[in-house]
Design a protein around this ligand. Structure first.
Ligand SMILES: Nc1ncnc2c1ncn2[C@@H]1O[C@H](COP(=O)(O)OP(=O)(O)OP(=O)(O)O)[C@@H](O)[C@H]1O
Length: 338
């Protein structure tokens, strides 16, 4: 059981305000991604939850118990939090089992109990039988799993992951995504992970918190963040697609010769987010010029330029010539709130 609450947390380093009035509730067993561009304050927020940083104002609360409130702070080792850093932070001279067993030291457990717990944790990260190996002999992905096993070994109910996939190649990333999802399901732990990779956040998390400039821009289910971004920053940062301007009346937008339905609230001149899958070629549609094209395996990601210079990205089934003039229809767009 660990529900995490941040109550109006702000954090300054000297004169610079790095986190600005962050309020957030993470339910027990939730899987949250802290997503945002470099320097937006993600790692600082994670470190505040872990107890490595103290809030300048506001409070960090676990299960109704205040961990830090600007005056008092419970130290990290008393918060019962498991942390996996980007750098793994393993002991290089120890075996895999030695590393994983480290958090159990000094708890007065028998050798058999420790061995059983370590075996169980290694099995959870698909490293059964690796206990005697040296950490030095492992690949990046395996080291990442050891770090994860070490944080699972004492049954921690709050796991914090700082850019856990940043140092792994594309294939390992995909397999680690499965490991995280599996561990989340099996342990029911509350998991918070930091990433600047929106596809990772959308793929894994049940709640995505988008940060920019030390503020929460939007917090919600991945589907909502993708389909209904709260502002231009989120629209630009999450998912592909482009924002264009058009006139909106009664839930319909007009752009040159075409009309299309829009979601969201707004009348008159509006900013519209158009996702690539909402565009298709048609006769008598909106004239555009093909600027670039990339084969994606399932279709062609195609960059289109409108007459006024604005750009759209389309997922087209067909291969259109670069430089050619084509005509498109738009099936759906979202009015980006101002
Ligand atoms: N101990 C510190 N002292 C001074 N400034 C700091 C400290 N820690 C972080 N900062 C500053 O706070 C801001 C946010 O840093 P933070 O590491 O939280 O961002 P981030 O979103 O995790 O970025 P990245 O993705 O690049 O790691 C940055 O401008 C950083 O320089």
């Amino acid at each position: 059981m660990t529900a995490v609450k941040l109550k109006a947390v702000s954090k300054s380093f000297g004169d610079s305000l790095v986190l600005n009035d962050i309020s957030l509730s993470l339910a027990t067993g939730s899987f949250t991604a802290l997503l945002g561009p470099s320097g937006c304050g993600k790692t600082t927020l994670l470190r505040l939850i872990a107890g490595f940083e103290q809030p300048s104002t506001g409070a960090v609360v676990f299960d109704g118990v205040t961990m830090a409130d600007g005056k008092h702070s419970v130290p990290p080792e008393k918060r019962s939090v498991g942390i996996v850093f980007q750098s793994y932070a393993l002991w290089p001279h120890m075996s895999v089992a030695g590393n994983v067993a480290y958090p159990l030291k000094g708890l007065g457990l028998s050798r058999e109990t420790i061995r059983a717990r370590v075996d169980e944790a290694l099995a959870m990260v698909a490293l059964r039988g690796f206990g005697d190996q040296h950490v030095d002999s492992l690949s990046g992905g395996q080291r990442q799993r050891v770090a994860l096993a070490r944080c699972l070994v004492n049954g921690t109910k709050l796991i914090l992951l700082d850019e856990p996939l940043a140092n792994l190649d594309v294939h390992l990333r995909a397999s680690m995504l499965d490991v995280f999802a599996d561990i989340h399901q099996r342990t029911g732990a509350t998991i918070v992970f930091v990433t600047h990779d929106q596809s990772e956040a959308l793929a894994l998390a049940d709640t995505v918190v988008v940060l920019d400039g030390g503020r929460i821009q939007q917090s919600g289910r991945p589907e909502t963040i993708y389909a209904e971004p709260a502002n231009a920053m989120v629209a630009g940062f999450v998912g592909d697609g482009r924002v264009i301007e058009a006139d909106v009346r009664g839930g319909m937008a007009r752009l040159g010769p075409i009309d299309f339905s829009v979601r969201g609230v707004g009348e008159g001149r509006q900013q519209l987010l158009v996702r690539p899958h909402a565009i298709r070629t048609t006769s008598d549609g909106l004239p555009v010029r093909v600027e670039r094209r990339r084969y994606s395996g399932t279709g062609y990601e195609t960059m289109l330029r409108l007459d006024d210079g604005a750009m759209l990205i389309a997922d087209l089934a067909e291969r259109v010539e670069i430089g050619s003039a084509i005509s498109i229809a738009i099936d759906d767009a979202w009015i980006v709130p101002r």
